[in-house]
Design a protein around this ligand. Structure first.
Ligand SMILES: [Zn+2]
Ligand SMILES: [Zn+2]
Length: 194
């Protein structure tokens, strides 16, 4: 299994969101098997936060391979489907961050108001570190709500022929063509954006 530092390297920094995605992925792989080389696992993510970068590195469910499906629901929910059997694991984050004292809350408020003084930055950094530690140490049951669900198995990524847009003369995947004034055009030309 890949290590946390490989995830951090890919993402660019360490943050609580990334570490949550890491924990989700470790749990998913323990239950569903190895990282996907091809499309053995499909991930359906319901947000596009830092956590999703960890999911991509750890599970091999990536945007480019088409086995990462993004539903823009703004929820910390991750569903993993194992091929060829449609066994799906739905992980919903249910974690209580460490308690914050008044002073810590004040620091966060002034950071949000744009205060970047040394004292505030130090406090923000400590707050982040505290959260990361807490996520890394937490038991699975204190981090997630787990369910086994039945979901329809998504189709494997298909390759479609490319057709030339009649306006910009650039190639477009067939299924993304639109008709404008009787011409087959790409979406940006259809919208008049190109
Ligand atoms: Zn991040
Ligand atoms: Zn075009």
């Amino acid at each position: 299994m890949k290590k946390l530092d490989e995830v951090v390297k890919f993402h660019g920094h360490i943050c609580p969101g990334l570490v949550l995605g890491y924990r989700v992925s470790v749990f998913a792989l323990k239950n569903l098997g190895k990282r996907a080389k091809d499309e053995e696992i499909v991930a359906i993510v319901e947000n596009n936060s830092c956590a999703v970068d960890a999911v991509q590195v750890m599970t091999g469910c990536t945007f480019g391979k088409g086995n990462l499906i993004f539903n823009d629901y703004g929820k910390q929910v991750y569903t993993f489907i194992k091929r060829p059997i449609a066994k799906a694991l739905r992980i919903s984050i249910d974690w209580t961050p460490p308690h914050e004292i008044e002073k810590e809350k004040e620091m966060w408020k002034s950071y949000m108001r744009g205060n970047r003084s040394k004292t505030v930055l130090k406090a923000i950094h400590q707050r982040k570190t505290k959260k990361i530690d807490s996520i890394l140490k937490a038991k699975d049951k204190d981090l997630f709500k787990i369910e086994y669900v039945k979901v329809p198995l998504p189709e494997e990524a298909k390759i479609y022929p490319s057709i030339r847009c009649e306006i910009c003369k650039e190639d477009v995947m067939e299924t993304r063509l639109r008709v404008k004034d009787g011409k087959m055009v790409c979406i940006p030309c259809f919208k008049g954006e190109h």
